[in-house]
Design a protein around this ligand. Sequence first.
Ligand SMILES: [Cu+2]
Length: 144
Amino acid sequence: MVLQVFKKTLFLCRQIINNNELKMKKVFFLAVTLITISLSSFGNGLHQQQQRGQTVGETHAELTVSGNCGMCKTRIETAAKDIDGVTLADWNVETKKMHLHFDASKTSLDAIGKAIAAVGHDNNLHKADDKVYDALHGCCKYRI
Ligand SMILES: [Cu+2]
């Protein structure tokens, strides 16, 4: 009698354990499915971006632009971003390097260099007119 109760309890315990294992398997399966879905959509996103980049024909380029401060940074980047086709313009005050993304069917690196020189900043493609340079704010005078 005692043994039978013991056996029955053991049986019930096993069932509960089995049931839990089943639940764990379901949770695990769900987690794997979710991870797979999110990974594949992430991959798709990257792929779509690459395709978009190819169809638009976005060009990445660099210019070296003279300047001193945050005011210069705003002036230089605004001059570039105002050009139709420029999607990214980031000038580094320390390295004087400007990273550019643009649509080569709408503009060119030369045109961007010209526009930056037109607001007073010498670069490796174009030099600013003395008149424009002289009108720059005192802290922006980089020709010393
Ligand atoms: Cu400045």
